[in-house]
Design a protein. Structure first.
Length: 100
């Protein structure tokens, strides 16, 4: 099992201690190699289209990332997690592009 697959199982939004906002629809994990050539993880956090900007800033944003980082580290995954937020419509667009 790859590190990304193990991380994917660990990052089930229903099992994470996430802040009340923004609501997390899904989390997807991919193996990734960063700009320095180091192995890492690319983590896509999908949020609803109607999420307000103020839900993403301040303490909520930090709590969201901390929940991801803490869960990975607690299970021995030390690869750096590059976290990207995207809306549901952005996710649909990315899937459509991949199908082309």
């Amino acid at each position: 099992m790859t590190v990304a697959k193990k991380a994917q199982k660990l990052l089930d939004p229903r099992k994470l201690d996430l802040p009340p906002a923004p609501r997390v629809v899904a989390i997807e994990v991919e193996d990734y190699v960063d700009w320095a050539g180091d192995d890492a993880l690319r983590i896509y956090v999908t949020i609803p289209d109607d999420t307000r900007d103020e839900e993403l800033t301040g303490e909520n944003g930090l709590q969201l990332k901390d929940a991801i980082y803490d869960r990975l580290l607690a299970h021995g995954i030390e690869l750096f997690p590059y976290v990207r937020l995207r809306t549901e419509s952005e996710r649909r667009e990315e899937l459509a592009e991949q199908r082309k």
